[in-house]
Every structure is written in C-alpha cells, then in structure tokens.
Ligand binder design. Structure first.
Ligand code: SAJ
Length: 420
C-alpha cells in the first residue's frame, strides 16, 4: 500500500480528537467527523470541548496550519479510523450501533484499497462485524480480493492511553495492531508509525481486541483485590494503607490502592465484554467487577455511620466528583454515584460538594435539592463529616487542621498519616 496522506477520523471524542490532532501535526491531512455540530464547530475554531493537557495546542496548531478540519459527514479518504463509543446494554453485552453508524457513513465512500481501523474498545469479533457490515452494504468489495473484487484493509488498533496523559502516551506507548489480513496489519502499522515512537506489534484482529480487554481487566482485578482488602481491614481494625505499604516491600508484591470504586469509561466497562463472551469461564473477572461495583455502597454506609450521634442539621462535605485525580471526567464516576445515593438517603442534610475541575454539577446531582457545588473551604467549614472521594492535588495540599474537629471518611488514604 502506498503512503497514506489523507485520513478521516470518525468520532472526535477523548480518543478520536487526540489521534486526529497528532496525525495532523505529523503532516497528514486529517478530516475529523462527528455527529455533534457543537464539537465540529469547536474543532474548526481550534478549540477542544473537554479537558486534556496539551491537546489544545495540538488542535489549534493543526487547524491553523490547515491540516485538520472537522465535518459532520464522512468524506473520501485513504484511511479511516473509527473511534466511537461502545457502551454496554442493560444485559452488559456491547452496543455496536455507533460502530455500525460509522460503517454506514464510510461504506459509500470506498473505492477499494482503503485502510479501515477500528480503535473503539470492542468485544471479540467486533472488527469482523464492522467488516462484514460494510461488505453487506458494498458487495462489490472484499477482504482478500476474492473473485477479483477490490479489497479493503481492515484492522483493529485499540487505544491504551491514560486520560490526563493522552498526548504523551499516544507517542510513547507500544501499540497492538490486529489485522483481518497480514496486509491490513502492516498498513495500519505504517500509519501509526507516523507518530508512535513505541513498538508497534502486529497480530490478528480478535487477539488485538482481547488484548485491550485483558489489560483493563487485569487492572480491575487488581483494584478489586485492594478494595476487598480495605473492607477486610476495616472490619479487623487495621489501617489498610499501612498494610499495603508494608506488603509492597516484598519484591514480588505490588498491591494497588483502594478507593471509592472504579470509574471511567474503560475499566468499569471492558471486563463485562469478556464476561459476555465467555460467561461460564470468566468467574474471577466477573467477581472483581462485582467487588468494585459494591464499593460505593460500602462508602455510603461508612458516611452514614460517621453521622451517627451528630446533630440532625450536621452537613456532609464531599470532596471530588471526578472518576480519578486531577481530571474533570465524571463518566461512570463512583464519586457521583455515592453523592447521588447520599443525597437520597440523607434528605434532610445538606451535601456540600467541592470539585475544583467543574463549574456546574452534573444533571443527576443538579436536580437534588440538598446538593450544592461550593468551594473546598466552604464545604469543609459548613460540614461535620468530610468525605474525600478523589485524590486531587488540591485536596492533598489542604491543611488538615481545617478538619481536625470533624469526622473524616478518607476513601483514598490521602490524609491517613496526618489524621491517624
Ligand atoms: N483506581 C483505584 N486504585 C488504583 C488505580 C485506579 O481505585 O490503584 C481507580 C481510579 O480511581 C479510577 C479507575 O480505577 O476510578 C480507573 O483509573 P485508571 O487510572 O486505572 O485507568 P483509566 O480508566 O483512566 O485508564 C485505563 C488505562 N488502562 C490500564 O491502565 C490498563 C489506560 O491505559 C487505558 O487506555 C484506558 O483505561 C482505556 O481507555 O481503556
């Protein structure tokens, strides 16, 4: 395949937009496609509709150089990168309708010879599903040139970047490229080599799909272990943070950190795709999900216990809503879930939320009469119980004498040394 000069990126979200921007700043002509007019307008104005360090500089630079444009309709291109959401349905199977919608946009533009890369985190078989979906719409094309029909090159290349470090990890992480054919894998590898300085490893599409799911499940299982330890330690009167710190001195032990639960759009979701694909065998993976999903309710109980015996007007400070430290992303955030449950169970108490990374409460919390977004100082001043849910740097830096007389539920172990 010849060098690729023109790429369409379908889906300008947390992954698609950084990928579009990094390709464009490395000399590729990129057309970003999104269903949201607002996103398209923002990108064409050189702006980024969400918080991600350094992304703004890349997007504004690429747009002002004329290498990145956004549109709502899929154009002709030599390569297509599909980076759309794959949420799960109520039965926890993957919802591929966004991938199918992207495929419907791409299909009429194809002439044969194009490279199609699915980047969305996908259940095993999703890349093949996308290819078959396109071939159904375009029976004149093929995957392998069968019967003289022009071939399209289809590959899966899962993203593995960490929110908050996307622009660094896009360049430095190794990547796995799984092709529906060896030619497709090689073509995708050549495209990623334009900006990726890590190793680019090739395999087949379904192994690449599984690799991504396995990476996130590995982390989920390990976080579940830490979360289970925190619950056991509480029951036994042991400081879990000290326990983990000590155990981690063993040369082959590296326990992760307990928290209020697991959030984000990946780790809390991807393991279910493995469970759905192999329900009878994925028992450990399923249990880990259940352990992590049970943690928010445990935190709620801890908070309610901390209020026991306090005046009926005593208020609660909730520090942090994001799904992890130093970002504004609230998706699948256990902190949002916990705050919502608390507001329902503590109808007569005010819940003072401090989240320095947002300007307004998410809709689910804004509707609650007893939840208010405020500064961290005011939240603590007004409240008898301080519930820390996110280890933002701003919270780590607080002077703990501010809440010396209060009851503290520290789900991240941020102030453990100073308060114990
Ligand atoms: N968490 C803990 N304890 C820990 C580590 C994390 O409770 O010791 C919690 C966090 O607070 C958060 C959740 O887990 O709620 C997930 O955070 P994370 O930092 O582990 O991961 P994500 O979701 O931001 O990004 C993950 C990464 N995957 C792995 O590290 C294997 C990233 O590389 C992937 O690209 C990303 O998922 C993705 O998009 O799949």
């Amino acid at each position: 395949m010849n060098t690729i000069n023109r790429v369409a990126v379908i889906g300008l979200g947390y992954i698609g937009l950084p990928t579009a921007a990094i390709l464009a700043t490395n000399g590729i002509e990129v057309i970003g496609v999104d269903v949201s007019e607002r996103t398209v307008e923002a990108v064409n104005a050189g702006e980024v509709p969400f918080v991600e360090p350094d992304l703004g500089i890349h997007v504004s630079g690429a747009v002002s150089q004329g290498r990145l444009k956004a549109t709502t309709s899929t154009p002709q291109a030599e390569a297509y990168i599909v980076a759309v959401p794959t949420p799960f349905r109520d039965d926890r199977s993957a919802d591929l309708t966004y991938i199918e919608a992207a495929a419907r946009g791409i299909a009429p533009q194809l002439q044969g010879g194009e490279l199609l890369i699915l980047e969305s985190t996908s259940p095993p078989g999703a890349t093949e599903h996308m290819a078959n979906y396109i071939l159904n719409l375009r029976p004149d094309l093929s995957i392998d040139g069968e019967d003289g029909r022009p071939a399209i090159l289809v590959a899966h290349c899962p993203e593995r970047v960490l929110p908050g470090r996307v622009m660094i990890e896009l360049v430095t992480n190794d990547r796995i490229v799984g092709g529906m054919s060896p030619e497709a894998a090689e073509a995708a590898k050549a495209l990623y080599a334009v900006f990726c300085q890590g190793e680019i490893l090739t395999t087949d599409a379904v192994t690449a799909e599984m690799a991504k799911l396995v990476e996130n499940s590995y982390r989920d299982v390990n976080i579940a272990f830490a979360n289970e330890l925190s619950v056991i330690s509480h029951k036994l009167g042991i400081d879990v943070w000290e326990l983990i710190r000590l155990a981690n001195h063993h040369p082959r032990v590296n326990i992760l950190q307990p928290g209020p639960g697991v959030g984000g759009h990946c780790i809390a979701v991807d393991p279910w795709f493995i469970v759905a694909a192999s329900p009878d065998e994925a028992t450990l993976i399923r249990t880990a999900r259940e352990v992590n999903d049970a943690k928010p309710e445990w935190v709620v109980q801890q908070t309610i216990s901390a209020l026991a015996g306090l005046d009926s007007t005593a208020e609660v400070a909730v520090l942090g809503l994001a799904f992890k430290a130093n970002i504004d992303d609230l998706r699948e955030s256990p902190a949002v879930q916990i705050t919502g449950i608390l507001s329902g169970r503590l109808k007569d108490r005010r819940i003072n939320v401090a989240e320095p990374h947002i300007e307004a409460l998410p809709r689910t919390l804004a509707q609650k009469d007893n939840v208010e977004l405020t500064s961290v100082e005011d939240a603590i001043k007004r409240s008898e119980v301080v519930l820390l849910l996110v280890d933002h740097d701003q919270f780590r830096g607080l002077n703990t004498s501010m809440f010396a007389s209060k009851k503290v539920v520290d789900t991240r172990g941020v102030w453990q040394d100073t308060l114990s």
